[in-house]
Design a protein around this ligand. Structure first.
Ligand code: FAD
Length: 364
């Protein structure tokens, strides 16, 4: 059997999921190269900072919506059958204020907060809240059973699964995407390189995609557990400030956020934002603290900032050729990389297979 040498660049949720799917074929020898690996916390590495929940944002009928629909069965299966992955089911309440509709956060969550969203027929236990149960100032709200991913467990779990299939992991910071072709663990040239470098695709040689931009998300992790997830369309603190509360699986604490700041590269948690995030979280779900307590009742594990790797035209998943190296791109998943991870990885893996088939045909 002839083997295929594949190098995946990037060990975020996109690179790891793509490597996992590719490594299921025993003919594929997969090397994963990355500057940052699970266990690292760095502003250049978005995946560890995610909440991470499944809250579809894609517009009805779009590729984005289809990727979210197609990734749900995999996440549901992990929550149901593989709790060691760090994914668990959580009920979520989504609150909508019509006055947020023209803000950055309101536009971002427009589909999610609509009273009749396209995903209502396949997420579990979907219901619109009756108007007499809406909190003051909320125009409509819905509830369903989603999942919450503890990224500190899930990313290493993906590494383990990849290694079980024979993937080899290497640390390296590349200057040009074509360098990856020379970095396969066998020493032979790679047949295909898969580019899963997220935000770095803006500057990485051979890619330099100026459609890619950061959307800053400031968060904190607390030990408090309100028992379920809540999110809202916006806030009165500014059009790019929002509130969400995600209790994670397996003792991961609760992620509270957040901000949605386009083109803001600031890597440091801002104490003013942190203060407002805490205030808003308590208003959104007072069960976070004991009765009578304010923000002093929050037990903070850490503050953090992640940069969502957004792209003007949406994720780029396509074939390319750079300096004679066959490349498949899979980057630009903004604030939804987990909830599209499996379907986007499947699309990228399909493109890799097309290139490998061409290689096999050329040998005949
Ligand atoms: P990254 O995780 O950034 O990984 C990029 C990889 O490429 C890293 O390993 C890096 O080291 C490597 N790399 C880059 N440049 C080079 C180079 N030159 N050489 C070698 N390696 C390189 N998504 C959801 O689905 N649900 C959520 O609830 C959610 N919440 C979020 C909350 C916050 C605050 C943030 C910041 C994001 C959130 N997201 C959420 C979005 C999600 O985290 C991202 O879409 C996803 O992590 C992007 O993953 P990635 O693998 O493409 O990029």
């Amino acid at each position: 059997m002839s083997t295929n040498n594949i190098v995946v660049v990037g060990a975020g949720v996109t690179g790891l999921t793509t490597a996992l799917l590719l490594s299921k074929n025993p003919a594929n020898e997969v090397t994963v190269i990355a500057k940052h690996m699970p266990g690292d916390y760095d502003i250049e590495y978005a995946s560890p900072w995610a909440g991470a929940s499944y809250m579809p944002f894609g517009k009805k009928g779009s590729d984005h919506a289809e990727w979210e629909r197609a990734t749900w069965p995999a996440l549901r299966d992990l929550a149901e059958n593989q709790p060691e992955s760090g994914i668990h089911f959580q009920d979520i309440t989504i609150q909508n204020r019509l006055k947020d509709q023209d803000t950055a956060t309101g536009q971002w969550s427009a589909e999610l907060t609509s009273a009749n969203p396209w995903f209502k027929d396949f997420v579990l236990n979907f219901q619109n809240l009756p108007s007499d149960q809406l909190p003051p100032g909320i125009d409509n709200a819905q509830k369903f059973t989603s999942v919450c991913i503890n990224t500190a467990i899930y990313l290493p779990w993906l590494v383990s699964r990849c290694m079980k299939n024979g993937c080899v992991f290497k640390r390296a910071a590349l200057k040009h995407i074509s360098e990856a072709a020379e970095a396969h663990h066998t020493g032979s040239k790679a047949d295909v390189v898969v580019n899963c470098t997220g935000l770095a695709s803006r500057t990485l040689g051979g890619v330099v995609d100026d459609q890619v931009y950061p959307v800053r998300g400031q968060i904190m992790i607390v030990r408090n557990d309100p028992g379920s997830m809540t999110s809202i369309s916006g806030s009165d603190d500014g059009g790019d400030e929002v509130s969400y509360i995600f209790p994670r699986a397996a003792g991961g604490g609760t992620v509270i956020g957040g901000t949605y700041q386009k083109n803001n590269w600031d890597p440091l948690p801002d104490p003013n934002f942190a203060n407002r995030i805490m205030q808003r979280a308590l208003k959104l779900d007072p069960r976070l603290v004991k009765e009578g307590q304010g923000v002093e009742g929050l037990d903070i594990v850490r503050h953090g900032v992640g940069l969502r790797p957004a792209r003007t035209d949406g994720p780029r998943i396509e074939k390319d050729q750079v300096n004679g190296v066959k490349v498949v791109h899979n980057y630009g998943h903004g604030g939804f990389g987990y909830q599209v991870s499996f379907s986007c990885a499947e699309k990228a893996a399909g493109l890799v297979n097309e290139i490998l088939q061409q290689k096999d045909r050329a040998k005949l």
